[in-house]
Design a protein around this ligand. Structure first.
Ligand code: HPA
Ligand code: ZN
Length: 326
């Protein structure tokens, strides 16, 4: 049947996706209206035209500003439901979804509102969309370690809904070492551990995330290529890297998709996966990233199938579901 449906997206897992980064301009306007909030843009089109970034921080400024429209449980449920529907259409069968509680609690929205809203959509996802899900509580690394510890404490009543903790936001100047105690506590609570490292920050942040935080998976990680010994280690230990090609181009970590190091990473034997990061802001969802790699870099069907296989291997799925999906 390989030629019967050439445009059917490959079944895959998405492991690096910020739910706040799936907020499409149209939904932002609808939620702003529902909540009586004025956006500093006249139309969704005008907002979309502001999506031109010079680096990670310039993106984060807009990303955090737009979270203001997310206020009620229903808002978070609508956001997650819109993503899951799109994800299913892009071949996603399993999604491990980041959320940034501190981006909401800092505005006075209770963490329970966020988690209950998101999980109400996640709970019906397998049956409605065929997409199993996990939720990753991500700490903002430009806030203090104390703030992260408090956030973990605030999440205590909801830990059965959370599979892992992560670390995101402005990377440079906020090394993983800052969060050693927080990650030790998360591990004690039985959570899995991941962290963004080596996106804008140096390769040494990847090593710190592995050795000081004990993470099992690195988000982004593309700057590992600057350190041969680190690449050898990541290959030997088969540490998964959740790479986000469109994100890397839009945030100017990579000049053009045609120059993305993903083929070199595959050639080195790294356990690479492809993900969308913040698809509303970066020009496409996960299958769009796969297709972009095929078009811009000439990735073969075999390579794309390997990436999809890697995504299930690198997931936190239980063995039964992993076997079913592989
Ligand atoms: N990097 C760091 N922080 C983030 C990102 C990212 O790509 N997306 C949302 N928060
Ligand atoms: Zn990210």
């Amino acid at each position: 049947p390989h030629d019967a449906a050439p445009h059917t997206p490959l079944p895959k897992a998405e492991l690096h996706l910020h739910i706040e980064g799936t907020l499409e301009p149209e939904l932002a306007f609808a939620l702003a209206e529902r909540n009586g909030i004025d956006l500093p843009y006249a139309t969704p089109e005008e907002l979309r035209s502001a999506y031109a970034f010079s680096d990670l921080q310039s993106f984060l400024d807009l990303y955090y500003r737009l979270t203001a429209v997310l206020q009620t449980e229903q808002d978070f449920a609508d956001l997650a439901e819109a993503y899951l529907e799109r994800a299913a259409a892009q071949g996603v069968r399993h999604a491990e979804i980041f959320f940034d509680p501190q981006a909401h609690t800092a505005r006075g929205v209770d963490i329970g509102t966020v988690i209950r809203g998101l999980t109400s959509a996640l709970d019906t996802s397998r049956e409605r969309h065929g997409v199993s899900t996990g939720l990753i509580l991500s700490f903002l690394r430009d806030l203090s370690a104390e703030d992260a510890l408090q956030t973990l404490a605030d999440a205590a009543p909801y830990l059965d809904r959370i599979s892992a903790v992560g670390l995101d936001s402005a990377e440079v100047g906020h090394p993983p070492a800052k969060f050693t105690e927080v990650y030790a506590e998360a591990k004690r609570l039985g959570l899995r551990l991941v962290a963004h490292a080596g996106e804008e920050g140096p390769p040494s942040y990847i090593t710190e995330a592995l050795d000081l935080l004990g993470v099992e998976r690195i988000d982004h990680g593309i700057r590992c290529l600057e350190d041969e010994a680190l690449v050898a280690r990541l290959v030997a230990e088969q540490i998964p890297l959740t790479v986000c090609p469109f994100s890397n181009v839009r945030l100017r970590c990579v000049d053009r998709l045609e120059e993305h190091p993903l083929p070199a990473m595959l050639a080195a034997g790294l356990l690479v996966t492809v993900n969308s990061d913040d698809p509303s802001y970066f020009g496409g969802y996960v299958e769009d990233n796969y297709r972009g790699l095929r078009t811009a870099l000439g990735l073969t069907d075999d390579q794309l199938r390997l990436l999809a296989r890697n995504s299930f291997k690198a997931s936190f799925l239980d063995e039964a579901r992993r076997t079913e999906l592989l």
